[in-house]
Ligand binder design. Structure first.
Ligand SMILES: [Zn+2]
Length: 178
């Protein structure tokens, strides 16, 4: 987990290597580490669990993931469930559906894109849910800051999450704005 210089939540690196690179390049400082150690030919490092940026990063960068309806952002928001039939999907088995079709001037935004299984996406085709007689389980929408953080936290393994939350406790950081 990456915190901004101001100790606000910034991001969760998907790959631990990216977090290590932030530390080794001097861009961030570790404030909590896992027990795990990685070794290179010359040195060994404990994996950072939480790092703090040395310089303040603009929030715009943090929001990049949820700015456009990438597969990851949409699937995270919809908890990897097809929003038509409810089946669980994976990054590989699922797809995204433009509720109001792109070809009919539907927006390419989080407010118009939902998680769909390939069967539902194929069945709906170039129609609105009403035209296709399909019911959406939830209305697509942009996410609040807190919801973005919660979505990102859900992507982590429970041991990682526990290490982060312990560190937040120790530093007296409240992740939520509300
Ligand atoms: Zn489906």
């Amino acid at each position: 987990m990456v915190l901004n210089q101001s100790y606000e939540f910034l991001n969760i690196e998907e790959d631990w290597l990216d977090a290590l690179v932030l530390v080794l390049s001097g861009k961030a400082e570790p404030v909590a580490e896992y027990d795990k150690v990685v070794r290179s030919a010359r040195a060994s490092f404990r994996l950072p669990a939480v790092v703090i940026m040395r310089h303040q990063v603009t929030v715009r960068r943090r929001n990049r993931l949820f700015q456009v309806p990438t597969k990851r952002a949409v699937f995270l928001r919809d908890r990897f469930e097809c929003q038509y039939c409810g089946i669980r999907i994976t990054m590989n088995s699922g797809t995204r559906d433009h509720v109001h079709p792109l070809s009919r001037k539907g927006a390419h935004s989080l407010a118009n894109v939902v998680t769909a299984c390939k069967a539902c996406n194929l069945e709906k085709a170039n129609r609105t849910p009403e035209e296709a007689g399909m019911v959406l389980r939830s209305r697509p929408r942009a996410l609040s800051e807190d919801e973005k953080i919660r979505c990102l936290l859900r992507t982590s393994r429970s041991e990682e999450r526990q290490a982060w939350l312990d560190c937040m406790d120790r530093l007296g950081i409240n992740l939520w704005t509300t």
